[in-house]
Design a protein around this ligand. Structure first.
Ligand code: NAD
Ligand code: DAO
Ligand code: ZN
Length: 369
């Protein structure tokens, strides 16, 4: 079938809006009509050419929501008409990783997903006979996409697509990092580095679980107002701190953070995030994706004296199980997504959405079809 898509033909070039061809779902796959998709930094990172695993030409996009229109042979958990969120981290419930109950990094289709193809090793997308790569197993920058059944979360039908698409990445990553990865307890002191689309969701997760102090750290003072609305209790602009930031944060948190989160992708900040943690028990969680080749460092004594360094992908969430619950939280008013969606646009303007992100003017831009 013909579908409308934004195609990444070359690194560093704007996306091309055009009609491409999509084959129907094979066994174990579903065809989904994408109704809305967010634009995330990870799409921009891949488009920039800095992502060593980036493949071109490709249909990017991994933060979507839509409706199942057709299912392939053997699909049991989904049917036409189901409202869904695509998952770049699938949940097969059967692989060694899923069955470990220690991680959300299902490996059932990891190899083919990384090669930009479906589990049978081929792509469903093409343009004038030339193969286009899938991206993160989701390719939501198209009004239809094909997904493996295990990479689809079924959600309630009254949830608005243009809001809950953000649960496909940013919301779940931030809130999940607090709940699943760090397991922040009520009364904790939390420090969040970077108050963008991820950091604000960490803040609202920390508020949800009853953190008593939530310090936000950002070099952009314009982030303060929205972060306070989401639950930040103290704002720190590192550029206004005299002397070292780490001792300043340790004093502000009365001995150090119980939990800190790096939501930028800056390896120097990752070190500060670890070292501002409380001696004996403080845990720092890396969420930001640093550029290829970057390395983190600290004095090992930081770990010997009880600080813990962790990382998280998709907030440690098991998508088919956890994503529908987060949609419920949004519909029940327990979490705020509306204030984070700063721009909505048609697919034709998707490159403007990338520009807004690079200029730091948007939290989330959402494309609606
Ligand atoms: P963003 O650009 O919206 O937010 C980053 C914020 O950090 C901005 O407010 C910026 O002003 C601030 N900042 C930049 N440099 C700083 C510094 N030195 N000190 C303090 N603040 C600084 O980005 P985002 O969408 O929130 O994404 C954050 C990171 O999370 C990215 O690296 C992204 O790729 C990554 N990410 C990770 C996952 C995961 O599963 N681990 C999922 C999605 C995104
Ligand atoms: O190796 O099993 C694996 C999964 C690797 C991908 C995990 C995603 C990491 C987060 C990147 C940002 C997502 C938008
Ligand atoms: Zn699995």
């Amino acid at each position: 079938m013909d579908v409308k898509a934004a195609v990444a033909y070359e690194a560093g070039k704007p996306l091309t809006i055009e009609t491409v061809q999509l084959e129907g779902p094979k066994a174990g796959e579903v065809l989904v009509e994408i109704k809305a998709t967010g634009i995330c930094h990870t799409d921009a990172y891949t488009l920039s050419g800095k992502d060593p695993e980036g493949l071109f030409p490709a249909i990017l996009g991994h933060e979507g929501a839509g409706v199942v229109v057709e299912v392939g042979d053997g699909v049991k958990s989904l049917k036409p008409g189901d409202h869904v969120i695509p998952l770049y981290t699938p949940e097969c419930r059967n692989c060694e990783y899923c069955l470990s109950f220690k991680t959300n990094l299902c490996q059932a289709i990891r190899a083919t997903q990384g090669r930009g193809v479906m589990p049978d090793g081929t792509s469903r997308f093409s343009s004038n006979g030339k193969m286009l790569h899938h991206y993160m197993g989701t390719s939501t920058f198209a009004n239809y996409t094909v997904l493996p059944e295990i990479a689809v979360a079924k959600i309630r039908e009254d949830a608005p697509f243009e809001k809950v698409c953000y649960i496909g990445c940013g919301v779940t990553t931030g809130i999940g990092a607090v709940i699943n990865t760090a397991k922040v307890e009520p009364g904790s002191r939390v420090v969040v580095f970077g108050l963008g689309g991820i950091g604000l969701n960490v803040i609202q997760g920390a508020r949800m679980v009853g953190a008593s102090q939530i310090v936000g750290v950002d070099i952009n003072p314009d982030k303060r107002e929205l972060a306070e609305k989401f639950g930040m209790t103290d704002f720190v602009n590192p550029r206004e701190v005299e002397g070292d930031l780490v001792p300043y944060l340790v004093e502000l948190t009365k001995g150090g953070a119980d939990y800190s989160f790096e939501c930028i992708g800056n390896v120097n900040v990752m070190r500060q995030a670890l070292e501002c943690c409380h001696k004996g028990w403080g845990m720092s969680v890396i969420i930001g994706v640093a550029a290829a080749g970057q390395e983190i460092s600290t004095r090992p004594f930081q770990l010997v004296t009880g600080r813990v360094w962790k990382g998280t992908a998709f907030g440690g969430a098991k998508g088919r199980t956890d994503v529908p619950k987060i949609v419920d939280w949004y519909m029940e008013g327990k979490i705020n997504i509306d204030d984070l969606i700063t721009h909505v646009m048609p697919l034709e303007k998707i490159n403007e959405g990338f520009d807004l992100m690079h200029q730091g003017e948007s939290i989330r831009s959402v494309v609606t079809f």
